[in-house]
Design a binder for this molecule. Structure first.
Ligand code: MG
Length: 266
């Protein structure tokens, strides 16, 4: 099931997206069946269906925190001239960095070099801590696309990445949460990024150094994850600059396409 969060006529709801798009990445031909309640508990579909192009898609969750992993693909570490870390290298993106499909990525005032990073995002479904490896599958609600937008120049000059990776609009998520993938399937998906239609990144989640299970065990050793929290699993090679006016699209096989425009500050 594809679970979207959306607004229509000033109301916000979750819904199950049904149908197939008429062209890849479009919402034409899709409808959303409104969910009664929230997807973090047992829920029912209302049977009220709305064309997806009549609603505004929102970020599929409002996470209390986004935990992201640096340098989890060897080819990406190499392209930035870095060694591969010996253990998962986690950092935070704040809740205020999250935007939805179609929302603008706004260039921060302190950067001249903002990069795209296409990533598989894991959406947590239940409160959890110290999750053993065999229980990881039980704490995952589903998967979505993410763009770990990064002020690369700032990342290189500031020791902590809070500003470089935490500025407003630096965490596009969406277009929806796919709940139908098991861990094996999620661990072998094509991940791509295009800018203005030109292919920039093309990798597979099977190139991750630390698996999804490794990462959730590692993070929940340290902290409680809440329903709706999001884990970004690292980016494959091919990161590069975005400029105002660009349109960046992250596509993950079996999930969908997350598209955002880049704008300068107004
Ligand atoms: Mg990243």
């Amino acid at each position: 099931m594809r679970i979207a969060r959306f607004s229509i006529d000033g109301n916000v709801a979750f819904g199950a997206v049904e149908g197939e798009p008429s062209t890849p990445g479009s919402t034409e031909g899709l409808v959303v069946d409104v969910i009664k309640g929230v997807p973090f508990a047992d829920f029912e579909l209302s049977g009220t269906k709305v064309p997806l192009d009549k609603v505004r898609l929102l970020p599929p969750v409002l996470p209390s925190k986004v935990v992201a992993i640096g340098r989890n693909y060897a080819a990406h570490a190499a392209e930035l001239g870095h060694e591969v870390p010996t253990a998962p290298w986690a950092f935070f993106k704040p809740s205020t960095s999250v935007i939805g499909p179609g929302d603008p990525i706004v260039y921060p005032p302190f950067s001249q070099e903002v990069h795209h990073e296409a990533e598989l995002a894991v959406v947590i479904g239940r409160l959890c801590r110290e999750v053993p490896r065999e229980r990881v599958k039980d704490v995952i609600l589903g998967f979505t696309c993410a763009n770990d937008v990064t002020a690369r120049d700032t990342q290189q000059t500031e020791k902590q990445w809070a500003r470089a990776k935490g500025f407003d609009s630096s965490c596009p998520l969406g277009p929806w949460i796919e709940t139908g993938l098991d861990l094996a399937a999620a661990s072998d998906l094509a991940v791509t990024a295009t800018v203005n239609g030109e292919l920039r990144q093309a990798g597979r989640t099977n190139q991750m150094i630390n698996s999804i299970e490794d990462l959730i065990v590692n993070i929940t050793e340290a902290m409680t994850l809440l329903p709706g929290d999001v884990l970004l699993t690292g980016t494959p090679a091919g990161v590069g600059p975005l400029h105002p006016g660009d349109e960046v699209a992250v596509t993950i096989e079996g999930i969908g396409t997350l598209t955002n425009k880049v704008i300068s500050r107004g």
